[in-house]
Structures are given as structure tokens and as C-alpha cells.
Design a binder for this molecule. Structure first.
Ligand SMILES: [Zn+2]
Length: 265
């Protein structure tokens, strides 16, 4: 599932490709519905900006209209020249652009959506790239009061937006924190370190244009490169910790979580 670095990579590409173009019309090649209907207003709109909050993308249009986008599990965009002759399986939306190109949204599992809105959706939570230092202080206070374990807290989009299984596990490894440690039992110093490590792993992954595990592609069709730099995510019990060479622990609950019992306390 695309997380913040993958969505931000898509945002940057979409922004550079479609800013100042007009979206003329939308068609529905597969005839299948996504999680939400598009509800396009049937009139051309110029693209002013492409923004992001957490894992959500917003294609900001003129007259304060917006396309609210979630890539879900398997959603991605691609560009095609002029009229597409042969659509691919799972091509659900086709946006006709004023430069004669087509922006196509493909989504195998159809957990994503593109929805036309008359106002920008309210954004909440802490975004590791966009939020301020003051918001970090507030977040530490909230974590200190939480009964949840650190892994569950970080996965909850109510407090921190944009993280998923990959970057949560990598940040906990870098901060030397056990995923199942109770949030309120973690010292303030360690929590600040954890938030710093979240920021640094996200920025590093952005540099590599995200992580491709199964099918993530950016809008230009390229894969991410961060999958080669993962320390714990997707590793098995047979793998060794890159720091202490101890065998990693892999626990399967609702999701598989891998960590080093020696380095992460
Ligand atoms: Zn270790």
C-alpha cells in the first residue's frame, strides 16, 4: 500500500505534469465503480496545484474545486498520448487533458477513489513532512497518555498521517524501540527521537522515490528504490539484525511485525 513517500512522489510528478492544464472531461473505461463515485461537474477545470496530506492527494482546481484522491492499496496514475485505443484491465478513470494527453487511474483492488469536491477536505493529525515543530510537542503529549503499544499508535491515522506498516517498523528500528512497548511507558526523550526517526526515514525514502514491494509505480511509471534499504520490514526470522547480527523476531498478529529484541527495547 502506498505510504507518504510513495504518495508524495506521485504528487510531485502529477504537479509538474498537470499544473496549469485543464481537465476537460472524465470517462470510465472499465465501467466498474471505485469506493466513491467521481461526481465530476461536467465542465472543464484548470489545475492550480497538486497537494498532499498524509496518504491523500488533492488535485486543486480553479474556483476552489478539488479532486480528492486516495490510491488505496493498488491505485496508480499513468499518462497516455492522445486517444487511448486499448485500455488496460483495471483502467477505471480516464481524464482528458487540454494538452491532448490522457491521465489514467488504474486500480486492481479498487480500494482507492478520485472524488470531485467543492471544498478542500478537513485535514487532521501530524504529517511528518508538513507539520510544524509545535505540533510535534503536542503529539508527544498525546502519545504519553496513550495505552496503545507504539506500533498500533503509529499506525492510527487519527494522530499521525501517512505512515503504514513499512515506515512504522523502520522508524521503530532506527529509534531502538520495541513495537509492542506501551506508549505511555516510553520516555519523552525517546518519543522525540522516534518522531525524528520517522521524519528522517520518510525523507530518505522520498529521496529514493518510495518503496516498491509488489506493484507501486509513480505517475511516470518508475518503481521506488527504498525496498533495498529496509532493515526490518518484510524480513524473516532467518534474517539477522544489521546492527548486532542477532536473529530478528517476527510476530504475526493482524499484520506481521519484525524487530530486533536486542536493539529495540
Ligand atoms: Zn539488533
Amino acid at each position: 500500500m502506498p505510504e507518504l513517500p510513495e504518495v508524495e512522489t506521485v504528487r510531485r510528478e502529477l504537479h509538474s505534469y498537470i499544473k496549469d492544464l485543464k481537465i476537460l472531461d472524465v470517462s470510465f473505461p472499465s465501467g466498474k465503480t471505485l469506493r466513491k463515485p467521481v461526481n465530476w461537474a461536467n465542465t472543464p477545470f484548470k489545475v492550480i496545484n497538486v497537494s498532499r496530506w498524509g496518504k491523500r492527494l488533492f488535485i486543486d482546481l480553479e474556483n476552489d474545486k478539488h479532486l480528492d484522491v486516495s490510491l488505496g492499496m493498488t491505485g496508480f496514475f499513468r499518462f497516455e498520448d492522445s486517444k487511448v485505443e486499448d485500455f488496460k484491465t483495471h483502467d477505471h478513470l480516464c481524464f482528458e487533458l487540454s494538452n491532448k494527453k490522457m491521465l489514467i487511474y488504474n486500480d486492481t483492488r479498487r480500494f482507492g477513489w478520485v472524488e470531485f469536491k467543492s471544498s478542500l477536505p478537513v485535514t487532521k493529525g501530524w504529517d511528518p513532512v508538513l507539520s510544524s515543530k509545535d505540533e510535534k510537542k503536542e503529539l508527544v503529549k498525546v502519545i504519553k497518555k496513550s495505552q496503545k503499544d507504539l506500533f498500533s499508535f503509529l499506525m492510527d491515522q487519527k494522530y499521525i498521517v501517512g505512515l503504514g506498516n513499512i515506515y512504522v517498523q523502520e522508524a521503530l528500528f532506527r529509534a531502538g524501540l520495541n513495537p509492542f512497548k506501551k506508549s505511555y511507558k516510553t520516555s519523552k526523550e525517546k518519543l522525540y527521537l522516534l518522531l525524528d526517526e520517522i521524519e528522517s526515514v520518510i525523507l530518505e525514502a522520498l529521496k529514493y522515490r518510495g518503496t516498491t514491494i509488489i506493484n507501486y509505480r509513480s505517475a511516470s511509471g518508475s518503481k521506488g528504490g527504498f525496498q533495498n534499504r529496509l532493515n526490518v520490514y518484510g524480513k524473516s526470522k532467518k534474517d539477522e539484525c544489521v546492527v548486532c547480527a542477532n536473529q530478528l523476531v517476527r510476530i504475526k498478529k493482524a499484520r506481521s511485525v519484525t524487530y530486533c529484541s536486542k536493539c529495540q527495547k
